[in-house]
Design a protein around this ligand. Structure first.
Ligand SMILES: [Zn+2]
Length: 179
């Protein structure tokens, strides 16, 4: 788990993320979380893309098995369950998570269009568990109470490698050839 400042991503990191996403990964500034095997699970993207577009999602869940497991949670109505927890202490922790997210992103670059906008529905709603789990994986446990709970419920864990062999896709992405 890593919050900024990040080490620069390696060429293999970029190629692996591109294979995970099925498209060339651009404007990657770091790998915020990894599988036990070392493969990226959360990719960090520049808050402003090279073409000028603001990009709010600093912590993007890129790992196919992780995104699939979180999509299953969303399909099973877990967002409604977790939204119901946003009272008292949990609501306060969630607001603190929102502020931590903004501080991480603003520490890289302050983008005026994104002022006060974090991700996943923070600070008062639960809108995207992928973004919240991405935050949990980057920041570690105890920062994002909803991301922590969603990760605990998911049928995927960063401690159990479910990575496929990306090498075939990496060659494809690197060469620019179509399959
Ligand atoms: Zn792995």
């Amino acid at each position: 788990m890593t919050t900024p400042p990040f080490d620069p991503p390696s060429e293999l990191d970029i190629a692996t993320v591109s294979a995970q996403l099925g498209r060339p990964a651009r404007n990657v500034i770091g790998i915020a979380a990894r599988c036990v095997c070392g493969a990226p699970t959360v990719v960090s993207t520049s808050p402003r893309l090279q073409d000028g577009t603001p990009f709010p999602t600093l912590y993007y869940l890129s790992h196919p098995a992780a995104t699939a497991a979180v999509s299953t949670l969303e399909a099973n109505g877990v967002m409604t369950e977790l939204s119901a927890l946003l009272e008292g202490d949990v609501a306060e922790q969630y607001l603190a998570a929102h502020n931590a997210y903004l501080a991480d992103r603003n520490g890289i670059e302050f983008v005026a269009e994104l002022d006060g906008i974090s991700a996943g529905g923070m600070p008062s709603r639960v809108k995207c568990l992928h973004a919240l789990v991405g935050h949990t994986l980057a920041a570690g446990p105890g920062v994002n109470p909803i991301g922590d709970r969603a990760l605990a419920l998911a049928a995927w864990s960063p401690t159990v490698c479910e990575c496929v062999d990306y090498s075939a896709d990496i060659v494809t992405v690197g060469s620019g050839e179509t399959r």
